[in-house]
Design a protein around this ligand. Structure first.
Ligand SMILES: Cc1ncc(C[n+]2csc(CCOP(=O)(O)OP(=O)(O)O)c2C)c(N)n1
Length: 559
């Protein structure tokens, strides 16, 4: 009968889950776990420089692979530092398993050194969480944590393990089977048939694709469905890549920073086929005025999403891929000449007004050049702000899991550690991170991690010495009263990068920025590329927060 400590058992169970990389930081209450982890020949530990960085690294691994990934922290401040990234994973349905050390069970509730009730604190931001009370429980809890994180609508799970439990001996007959995602419930075929009929009958349908399409691996099915029935398609920020951006039926991203014709097409549609979306306000604008004339089919694996915001829908609780496959088999082959013509007219009358400047020294030019130089295989991460919206508007995303961004929580500081996670999971790929100076500063310490592991990450910094997206709102909606949204001092980011051991280039000082950009993006290992951006350059179009998507502000194309 095998006998081992709780910590050793935990590591064995992680190995059985085929975890090969764990990001984290050790401390007093998780040292037994680290001691056992150090003896694992199958799991590589990546020492983050901040626990939020570690959790975003786990997110980068999970978002780019679709499989649960693991991060670790000690109790107290280590655990609380994870919370923002856990909340981020909750809102974007990312499967991560976070393992925290806790003070010994006997000290729980005594305000012991570095004791914090992370179990209680993480309840609202996790899909599920555990406080482990015996080493034996791990035999059940760890496979369960992975099963729950990956089943249905994925999400974060936290496992808090007191130090004495990590040291406790446990004897057992056999290790349990690894936790795997549950098969999703069978769909209601009658509802699906009804949906197929509604699609075939509709005159002006639109397919509305969200992160759930990516999660269920349904992007190809969605594209084929769109092609068979000629369904113009829009994507949420989380759904980008569900249909290749250059597809003739793609209308790109909808909502706050969408092209005007995209939002206007939605206004006219008579049927909205919503797949793996949650009617987020950044996508819908004022909900009452979103698709006012449309019947709605809403497909989601999570029953709590159906009827949550749009109440009068044909709801289908089902794995999105299964549902779309059924619809694909049952909808009519259809051309829809009139609707396609109408969309073409909208596109002509309200073209996407993104600046076309070719220079890589312009915010959009930078995105386009960088995309061309890194090629379609690259994984993209973004931070949060104007640079994020520009990347979402202009980057030619061709496939699911290519564009990793903090959609629901909009967390500045996401981009760099998520890029590290993506690079750890895909050492054969280039990873490019679009960031702003405000966001980069929120997790800049992880440059050290990127340098230590010589990861193939290119950080593309649009430096406007401002919290650009905040300043934009102050200009447009607070009578230009810009307050607390610009930085008084300029930072020398290229020297900072060098200090971390990272190659860097400031394109402002370049005689041939395009060629320098190409060279540095093509180099091996991590690098930071800075371009200066005028803080007065806004991202357009923009729907004012809370307003209808038809009330877009279209600014001058000042790129
Ligand atoms: C952690 C966090 N704090 C505050 C915000 C609010 N916020 C949204 S965008 C933004 C400015 C981002 O600035 P920067 O990263 O420099 O990007 P830019 O908009 O200038 O391109 C801020 C402060 C946020 N999203 N996340």
């Amino acid at each position: 009968m095998p006998s081992m400590t709780g910590a050793e058992l935990l590591i064995r169970l992680l190995e059985r889950q085929e975890i090969t990389t764990v990001a984290g930081i050790p401390g007093g209450t998780n040292l037994p776990i680290y001691d056992a982890l150090g003896r694992s020949s199958r799991i590589r530990h990546v020492l983050a420089r901040h626990e939020q960085g570690a959790a975003f690294m786990a997110q980068g691994m999970a978002r780019s692979t679709g499989k649960p990934a693991v991060c670790m922290a000690t109790s107290g401040p280590g655990a609380t530092n994870l919370l923002t990234a856990i909340a981020d994973a909750k809102l974007d349905s990312v499967p991560i398993v976070c393992i925290t050390g806790q003070v010994p069970l006997g000290l729980v509730g005594t305000d012991a050194f570095q004791e914090m009730d992370i179990y209680g604190m993480s309840i609202p931001v996790t899909k599920h969480n555990y406080l482990v009370r015996s080493a034996r429980e791990l035999l059940h809890v760890i496979p369960e944590a992975f099963r729950i994180a990956a089943s249905g609508r994925p999400g974060p799970v936290l496992v808090d393990i007191p130090k004495d439990i990590q040291c406790q001996s446990v004897t057992f007959d056999m290790l349990p089977a690894p936790g795997t995602p549950e098969t999703s419930p069978d769909p209601d075929i009658d509802q699906l048939n009804r949906a197929a009929e509604m699609i075939s009958r509709s005159r002006k349908p639109i397919l509305y694709l969200g992160g759930g399409v990516t999660q269920s691996g349904a992007s190809e099915t969605a594209t084929r469905l769109a092609e068979k029935n000629t369904l113009p398609s829009v994507m949420t920020l989380m759904g980008l890549g569900a249909m290749p951006h250059s597809h003739p039926l793609s209308l790109g991203m909808l909502g706050m920073h969408a092209a005007k014709h995209t939002n206007l097409a939605l206004q006219e549609c008579d049927l909205l086929i919503a797949a793996g979306v949650r009617f987020d306000d950044r996508a819908t604008g004022r909900l009452e005025e979103f698709c006012p004339d449309a019947d709605i089919i809403h497909i989601d694996i999570d029953p709590s999403e159906l009827g949550k915001l749009k109440t009068d829908c044909v709801g289908i609780v089902c794995d999105v891929k299964t549902a779309l496959e059924h619809l694909l088999a049952n909808v009519q082959d259809k051309q829809r000449g009139e609707w396609v013509d109408r969309i073409a007219t909208l596109k002509r009358d309200f073209p996407a007004l993104l600046p076309k400047t070719a220079s890589p020294l312009s915010p959009y030019g930078l995105v386009r050049h960088a995309a061309e130089y890194v090629g379609p295989d690259a994984i993209v991460t973004t931070d949060v702000g104007q640079h994020q919206m520009r990347a979402a508007q202009a980057y030619p995303v061709t496939r699911a899991r290519q564009f990793l961004t903090s959609g629901g929580l909009g967390t500045m500081g996401f981009g760099l550690p998520a890029a590290i996670g993506a690079a750890l999971a895909h050492p054969d790929r280039s990873v490019i991170c679009f960031t702003g100076d405000g966001s980069l500063l929120m997790n800049i310490q992880e440059l050290a991690t990127a340098a230590e592991h010589n990861l193939n990450i290119k950080i593309v910094l649009a430096d406007n010495r401002a919290l650009g997206l905040v300043q934009q709102q102050q200009e447009l909606f607070y009578e230009n009263r810009k307050f607390a949204s610009s930085y008084g001092n300029a930072l020398d980011f290229t020297t900072i990068a060098k200090g971390f051991g990272i190659a860097s280039a400031d394109l402002a000082n370049s005689e041939d920025p395009a060629s320098d950009l190409r060279d540095i993006l093509g180099s091996n290992g991590p690098a930071l590329i800075r371009i200066p951006v005028n803080a007065a350059e806004n991202v357009y179009p923009m729907v004012p927060p809370g307003a209808a998507n038809t009330t877009m502000i279209e600014g001058a194309a000042n790129d």
